[in-house]
Write a protein that binds this ligand. Structure first.
Ligand code: TXA
Ligand code: MG
Length: 329
C-alpha cells in the first residue's frame, strides 16, 4: 500500500518514524515526526536537501503556538488567530524542546496550521507536530497532486495520503515574527494586503540573510524559464523562437494570449486570468511543459499584488540563475 486515504495507517507510520506525504491546501508535504531526529533525518535524505535548511513544523491548531514558540508576541497571536488554519507560516523563536534537526540549528522555528481536511485529520490522529517540506525532490517544483509526489519520490515515501489537487497551489506565505517588526520572507497563499490589515502596519523588509529556499533558483523546472511582463511577451517569444521554435512554449493567462499569434512550432499553455486560479494551476502547468520535453518556457508575469505576487515570485525564481549547489526546494 503506497497511496490512499487511510489516516490511521498514516499516523501509525509517523509514530514508527516513517515518512508520509500528505496534502495541504498549498502543496503536498513530506512529513515526519517533528520530535524524532531519526525521522527528520530521513526527510533530508529522501529530498537530497542540505540539513542546514530548516523545516516547517505543522500543528493541529493555533492553540499549539505557545507550545512550539518561545513567548510569541501579540502580533504572532493576532496573525495565528486570523489566518490559521491556512496558508501562513510564522517564524518564531523556538521553544526549548524543538530539535536542531528541524531548525537547522537556528534559534527560530517555522510553524503552520494547515487547513486541508486530510492534513487536519492526520495531525489530530498523530497528536504531535509534523515536520514537512514540500514533497518534491531536488530540481522539481512543489507537488500539487499525489501523482506529482509519486513521480518525484515514489518508493522512498512510506505512504502517500491522496487528497486530490491542492487548492491554493503555491506554498504558504512566510512571515518572520521573531524580531521587532514582522517581515515577509516568502509571498504565498496569504497576501501582503491581508497581513497588513490584521497587523495595522506595514510589514518590514526581509532580513539580510535570505531563508534557504528563498534562493533565486529554488523553484526549478528542467526547461529554461524566461519570465517577462505581458507587454514584453511577444518580443521574448520571438527572440526564443528565432533560435529554434520547436521546444519553445508560452505560459500566460488567457487574456494576455487573446488575439496574439506566435511563430509556428511554439506551444501555448493557457492559465486562468484570475490570480488565485493561476496560482492553483501554475505548478501542474510547469510540470506538464517539462514532461512534454519543452526546452524554453516564456512566461508572462502577473501584477505583483494579492496572490499574483506569489505567482510572480515563483516564476522569477524559476527563471533565476541556476546554481547546482542549490537544493531547489
Ligand atoms: O506551503 C508550505 O509552506 C509547504 C507545505 C508543505 O506546508 N511547505 C514548504 O516547505 O514549502 P519548504 O521546506 O519547501 O519551504 C519552507 C521554507 C524554506 O524556504 C525554509 O528555509 C523556510 O521555510 N524556513 C523554515 N524554517 C525557517 C526558519 N526557522 N527561519 C527561516 N526560514 C525558515
Ligand atoms: Mg519546497
Amino acid at each position: 500500500m503506497s497511496s490512499g486515504t487511510d489516516i490511521a495507517y498514516a499516523a501509525g507510520i509517523l509514530r514508527g518514524g516513517g515518512l508520509v506525504a500528505f496534502p495541504t491546501e498549498t502543496v503536498y508535504g513530506l512529513g515526519a515526526d517533528a520530535s524524532s531526529p531519526a525521522a527528520v533525518a530521513r526527510i533530508f535524505a529522501v529530498k537530497g536537501r542540505p540539513t542546514a535548511h530548516p523545516l516547517i513544523v505543522h500543528l493541529a491548531s493555533a492553540a499549539q503556538l505557545d507550545t512550539w514558540a518561545a513567548s510569541p508576541g501579540p502580533e504572532a497571536h493576532a496573525l495565528a488567530a486570523a489566518f490559521w488554519p491556512g496558508p501562513l507560516t510564522l517564524i518564531t523563536r523556538r521553544a526549548p524542546h524543538v530539535i536542531d534537526d528541524v531548525t537547522g540549528g537556528a534559534a527560530t522555528v517555522g510553524l503552520r496550521v494547515p487547513s486541508h481536511p486530510m492534513a487536519q485529520a492526520l495531525l489530530a490522529a498523530f497528536g504531535g507536530g509534523i515536520a514537512a517540506p514540500s514533497a518534491n525532490r531536488f530540481g522539481a517544483v512543489s507537488p500539487t497532486t499525489a501523482a506529482h509526489v509519486q513521480a518525484d519520490l515514489g518508493g522512498d515515501v512510506d505512504y502517500i495520503l491522496d487528497g486530490g489537487e491542492c487548492d491554493v497551489g503555491v506554498e504558504s506565505t512566510i512571515v518572520d515574527v521573531s524580531g521587532d517588526v514582522p517581515a515577509m520572507l516568502r509571498p504565498g497563499g496569504i497576501t501582503r494586503e491581508q497581513l497588513e490589515a490584521v497587523l495595522g502596519r506595514r510589514l518590514g523588509a526581509a532580513t539580510a540573510t535570505p531563508a534557504p529556499g528563498t534562493l533565486a533558483s529554488h523553484y526549478a523546472t528542467r526547461a529554461r524559464v524566461i519570465a517577462v511582463s505581458a507587454a514584453e511577451l511577444a518580443a521574448a517569444v520571438d527572440e526564443a523562437a528565432a533560435v529554434q521554435a520547436d521546444g519553445v512554449a508560452v505560459l500566460a493567462p488567457r487574456a494576455v494570449l487573446a488575439g496574439r499569434h506566435f511563430p509556428a512550432g511554439v506551444a501555448i499553455a493557457v492559465l486562468s486570468d484570475d490570480p488565485a486560479a493561476m496560482a492553483h494551476e501554475l505548478y501542474a502547468a510547469l510540470r506538464a511543459l517539462d514532461g512534454g520535453g519543452v526546452a524554453t518556457i516564456v512566461a508572462a508575469l502577473p501584477p505583483d499584488t494579492g496572490i499574483g505576487a506569489a505567482v510572480a515570485d515563483r516564476l522569477r525564481r524559476a527563471a533565476g540563475p541556476r546554481d547546482d549547489e542549490d537544493d531547489h526546494g
